[in-house]
Design a protein around this ligand. Structure first.
Ligand SMILES: *Cc1c(COP(=O)(O)O)cnc(C)c1O
Length: 336
């Protein structure tokens, strides 16, 4: 499969002959979830966007953001990130031979994401502050310096991310509801744009972590806290658009606890064979907690891969079984 820009060029702001920076993103699996379907008594599908080249949906937006940056003659890109935007920006910048800097909250990003950003050669700045402060600072910096900002305030990011909606509707003819984790609120805004362009209107059910739920509370959260580091955001950049999308679709934004997120995270891995990261599991946690509200066919966006954050996973599960190298010991270990 070619990358997104080539596949959807007629619906993206790129002309023939424009530079394209791609890693073959998109075209991710949409798999039925029999166990969760039974639990909520509705047909549930999982969009495995953690199978994108750098392991998260951010690649959908980044192919467009970096292609546009190259077209505009940019030499450097920058973003604030809870981790996945940094990993994706670093990879696509490496591919495009551009300099990349990322600003992440110190000590608050998952190990895999940090490893990616560093391996791809980005300049990684660990801010003694949170994501919201990092985003405010990079916005101010890019006003002063000729560096392209590739956060989801960049319109090309949303253009790329709307293709997730296209792919779902190519596979399913109808969709009643979409469950999606909400952090900076770019992705839910992008999905709504994609659905609108197709003239379909599933209800959007956005889910935030209880300790980082500004849209649910209707006010900024100064010190957001959650195990789901990718959605640890207290002042979403796409706040109004996301709320408008949820209202227009007759959807809702609601909160789930970290315990519910982790339970869904384990359930997805153990019962559906799908290992996503904690933030992604917020979509399923919300569906399990609140139900489908009459929607008969629902898709949950699993935004990032579980391998991004091995530390959280290893804290959730039992340990390994030590064993001497002889047959009877192995037999006992295997059979329990
Ligand atoms: C970025 C991200 C989100 C949140 O997406 P927004 O567009 O910021 O709302 C959710 N899950 C994962 C894994 C992410 O990387």
């Amino acid at each position: 499969m070619p990358g997104l820009i080539e596949r959807y060029r007629d619906r993206l702001p790129f002309a023939d002959g424009d530079p394209v920076v791609t890693l073959g993103e998109g075209d991710t699996p949409l798999v039925h979830a029999p166990h969760i379907s039974e639990l909520v008594d509705t047909e549930v599908w999982l969009k495995l966007d953690g199978t994108n080249p750098t392991g998260s949906f951010k690649d959908r937006g980044m192919t467009c953001a970096l292609s546009a940056a190259v077209r505009e003659g940019a030499k450097a890109v920058i973003c604030a990130s809870t981790g996945n935007t940094a990993a994706s920006a670093a990879a696509y910048a490496a591919r495009a031979d551009l300099t990349c800097a990322v600003i992440v909250p110190e000590g608050k990003i998952a190990a895999g994401k940090l490893a990616q950003a560093l391996m791809h050669g980005a300049r990684v700045i660990a801010l003694r502050g949170n994501f919201d402060q990092a985003l405010t600072l990079v916005r101010a910096l890019t006003d002063r310096q000729p560096i392209a900002l590739v956060n989801s305030v960049n319109r090309f990011r949303l253009e790329g991310q709307k293709t997730g909606a296209f792919e779902i509707m190519e596979q399913l003819d109808t969709l009643d509801g979409l469950c999606i984790p909400v952090g900076n609120a770019g992705n839910i805004t992008a999905y709504w744009k994609g659905f609108n362009e197709l003239d379909v209107a599933p209800r959007l059910f956005g889910f935030q972590a209880e300790g980082a739920a500004p849209l649910v509370l209707g006010k900024r959260v100064d010190q957001p806290e959650t195990i789901a580091s990718a959605i640890r955001i207290g002042n979403p950049a796409r706040w109004e658009e996301a709320m408008e999308a949820m209202t227009a679709s007759r959807g809702m934004v609601r909160a789930v606890t970290d315990a519910e997120i982790l339970a869904a995270y384990r359930l997805l891995a153990a019962r559906e064979g799908v290992f996503c990261e904690p933030a992604s599991a917020a979509s399923v946690a919300g569906l399990l907690r609140y139900g489908a509200d009459g929607a008969r066919r629902v898709a949950c966006i699993l935004t990032g891969h579980g391998l991004k954050d091995p530390d959280t996973a290893l804290h959730q599960v039992g340990g390994v079984i030590a064993c001497e190298p002889n047959l009877s010991a192995v037999e006992e270990a295997v059979l329990g």
